[in-house]
Design a protein around this ligand. Structure first.
Ligand SMILES: CC(C)(COP(=O)(O)OP(=O)(O)OC[C@H]1O[C@@H](n2cnc3c(N)ncnc32)[C@H](O)[C@@H]1OP(=O)(O)O)[C@@H](O)C(=O)NCCC(=O)NCCS
Length: 143
């Protein structure tokens, strides 16, 4: 059974490990590259198949009104089963609790249809990660 919740302190190593495996390792990026300086203050959410971690996501605040999602990923074998959507809805719950009125993110080109389906609007082209992965700025307004 899939459970989606905040990772416990003792689960954080596996949480960052999965992030690295899904979002950094395929592009030969070193351990450590899966984290930024906002980990302590950010809201983390993870999907578990019993005890096994199969999905990750993170929300941090850019300001009192604006939140940003980073490091969203679901293990290959678990994709297209609604896990990403549930991770996103937990993040939205948190954003409401924090009284944010907007969420922004930089989506990989391949993930744009996923975010569009869930109400995000593509607003601009953004950076290209590792010289290869095109990203697009996307926004979700709360009203
Ligand atoms: C993007 C990602 C997190 C989506 O997770 P997921 O668990 O497969 O998504 P879900 O199953 O919850 O999909 C929700 C909806 O979006 C659709 N969807 C998901 N991925 C899609 C894709 N690549 N193209 C088109 N539609 C997609 C699903 O079909 C589903 O539609 P439905 O509600 O009509 O059935 C996952 O594909 C992933 O980890 N990708 C690699 C890492 C990545 O790109 N992360 C984002 C970085 S910005």
């Amino acid at each position: 059974m899939i459970g989606i919740r905040e990772p416990k302190k003792e689960e954080l190593d596996s949480y960052y490990q999965l992030r690295w495996e899904l979002l950094r390792k395929p592009w030969n990026q070193p351990k450590g590259s899966e984290k930024d300086e906002l980990e302590e203050e950010a809201y983390h959410i993870a999907a578990f198949d019993n005890d096994k971690l199969v999905g990750v996501g993170r929300l941090h605040k850019n300001s009192d009104e604006e939140g940003q999602i980073r490091f969203m990923a679901v293990s290959q074998d678990y994709r297209k089963q609604g896990i990403g959507k549930t991770i996103l809805s937990k993040i939205h719950e948190k954003a409401r609790e924090l009284k944010l009125n907007k969420i922004v993110l930089n989506a990989r080109k391949e993930a744009v249809p996923f975010y569009k389906k869930l109400g995000y609007k593509k607003t601009a082209k953004s950076h290209t990660l590792f010289g290869k992965i095109e990203h697009f700025r996307m926004e979700y307004p709360f009203n």
